[in-house]
Each structure stands twice: as structure tokens, then as C-alpha cells.
Design a protein around this ligand. Structure first.
Ligand code: ATP
Length: 284
């Protein structure tokens, strides 16, 4: 993990020191005005229709490498559709998607995952009866592609890696519990950890805190922010809790009816009259 260029300072330090740095950091600073960062993802004129219904009209946005970026907007604005486009899960998407300067338009999910675009998935029913550790090990086996050769040595290695990742996401003491017995917050931690196993450069989270208590939401997203920062990853997340957005995102894009209404730092978005009228003011 965390081997790529662009590692932030905390990621280069021994664990304890990094933890202390991160503990002192929140709330995380917004990028300085005018600061230019290289885009890891550039979406150009993305358009997606479901039959006659146009869900995304003409979305163009750049996501700088290492940024925590929130997508917000009223129900039906097209946020999940955009995430699914970036992950390559939809057909018939018009426009162009550049990832790390490569044209990845219309590539399937597996090809995008190999290039470093990852997203979380809800743990499927069949895996709920398995333990937390078994699920995490499955994620390692899938990511390694070594289905058939789980020798004793590789098994030990995988379980070591799985335990380390459980430690990372705060689930080490739940390793032997069934996933079905976890709280929603812990299940989301596990899903996040399983997505990290693929070492994505860009991680997509679609409403990661849905259904959680306020306290759980903040705890989950603070952990997510600390991890993506420490490992030099880029994060795009869809979130309805505006307090979480203000605390976690460095930049925000507001979508309304399939188009971008505004983009900027959290404080710019909060001060935007149009955004207040259409979304934040509760008029949706
Ligand atoms: N498979 C589909 N077939 C037809 N219409 C769809 C499909 N998926 C989404 N839509 C429609 O596209 C629009 C955008 O949906 P999307 O889920 O992307 O919005 P959203 O901003 O994520 O909303 P929410 O915050 O409620 O999740 C909505 O009007 C939705 O009903």
C-alpha cells in the first residue's frame, strides 16, 4: 500500500508518528486558493440516458490527484449515475473520460480496476455468514488473482495481510465475528477495507454513510479521510449529510438534474446563493 508517487508526509512516517500527525490534522485544510494540482480524473461532456430520460446532460469535471471530493445534490440529480460511469458500469455513456492521462472511455470495470479505479461493494448475502476475516481474505485472493494456488505459505501471507487491513479499518477485534452480526457502521468499514485491498488510486464511495447515526457517519468518514490521505489516494464520495461533506471534502461539486450547478471549496459552496436556493436551503 501507499507506494505511489504523491504520498503525503504522514504516509512516509512510521505508523505511530503517522497516527499522531493525522490525529493533529482534522479538520483537514482546504487547498489554497489558486493552487494548481494535476488531475487524476478528467470527465469531458459526459452524457448518459436511460431510454428517453437524460440522467447526465453534459458533465465536465477535473478531480486533482489526492483530493477528497464530494458530489452532492438533490435526489435524482445523477450522482450515482456519474459514479457508475466512472467505474465503467454503464453502457451507452457519451463523452470522454481520462484517467491518469489515459483515455479510458468505455473501458469495462475490471480494466478500470486494473488501472486504479476502485469502488466499494455491498457484501453479498452469501458472504454475510462468513467471518470478517474470511471476507477480507476473499478480497485479497480476488485482488491477487491466485484462486487455485492457495498454498500454506500464501494462505499465511494472505491472512497476515487481511489482519493488517482489519487493523487499519478498526475491525481487528471483530475478525472472528460473522459479518451478519456487525453493525452497519462496522460493515461499511469492512467494505471500505476490502476496496482498499485493490490499492485504488481513485476510490469511489456512493453514499457510504447511508442509514448510519450522525456519530457513526463522522467516525466512518474521518477514518476514510485519514486512510486515503495516508496512502496518497484520491476520493470521490456521494454524501447527503452536509456536515460530513463540509468536514471531509476539500472540494465539492453540486449536481442538479443531471448537470453541474457549482463546484468549489466547501466554504465557497456553502456561500453560493444558487446552491442555497436549490439544495442547501432545504428547498428540494
Ligand atoms: N437504471 C435506470 N433506469 C432508468 N432511470 C434511472 C436508472 N437509474 C437511475 N435512473 C434515473 O436517473 C436519475 C438519476 O439517478 P441517480 O441515482 O444517478 O441520482 P442520484 O443523484 O444518485 O439520486 P439519489 O441521491 O436519490 O441517490 C433519476 O431520475 C433516476 O430515477
Amino acid at each position: 500500500m501507499g507506494t505511489g508517487a504523491g504520498l503525503r508526509a504522514a504516509g512516509d512516517l512510521p505508523d505511530d508518528a503517522a497516527r499522531l500527525c493525522r490525529a493533529a490534522a482534522p479538520p483537514w485544510p482546504e487547498p489554497e486558493r489558486g493552487q494548481v494540482m494535476q488531475a487524476i480524473l478528467s470527465a469531458r461532456h459526459i452524457r448518459k440516458s436511460y431510454g428517453a430520460f437524460v440522467a447526465l446532460r453534459d458533465i465536465s469535471l477535473d478531480i486533482p490527484r489526492g483530493e477528497r471530493h464530494a458530489l452532492i445534490g438533490p435526489n435524482g440529480a445523477g450522482k450515482s449515475t456519474f459514479i457508475a460511469c466512472v467505474a465503467g458500469q454503464l453502457s451507452g455513456v457519451e463523452g470522454q473520460m481520462l484517467f491518469k492521462d489515459e483515455n479510458v472511455t468505455a473501458l469495462p470495470p475490471a480494466a478500470l480496476a486494473r488501472r486504479g479505479i476502485g469502488r466499494t461493494f455491498q457484501i453479498s448475502r452469501a458472504f454475510l455468514q462468513m467471518t470478517v476475516l474470511e471476507n477480507m481474505m476473499a478480497a485479497h485472493v480476488i485482488a491477487s488473482g491466485q484462486w487455485a494456488s492457495l498454498s500454506r505459505r500464501i494462505y499465511a501471507e494472505r491472512s497476515g495481510q487481511a489482519c493488517a487491513m482489519l487493523e487499519t479499518v478498526g475491525l481487528a477485534d471483530r475478525a472472528r465475528d460473522r459479518v451478519a452480526d456487525l453493525s452497519l457502521g462496522d460493515r461499511k468499514r469492512l467494505e471500505f477495507g476490502m476496496a482498499l485491498v485493490g490499492e485504488p488510486d481513485l476510490l469511489l464511495l456512493d453514499e457510504p454513510t447511508a442509514g448510519m447515526s450522525i456519530k457513526e457517519r463522522h467516525a466512518l468518514m474521518e477514518m476514510v479521510a485519514a486512510r486515503v490521505d495516508a496512502e496518497g489516494r484520491t476520493l470521490i464520495f456521494v454524501e447527503h449529510d452536509i456536515d460530513v461533506v463540509m468536514k471531509i471534502a476539500q472540494r465539492v461539486t453540486v449536481m442538479v438534474r443531471g448537470a453541474v450547478l457549482a463546484a468549489g471549496t466547501p466554504s465557497e459552496i456553502k456561500a453560493n446563493d444558487e446552491v442555497q436556493a436549490v439544495y442547501l436551503g432545504g428547498g428540494h
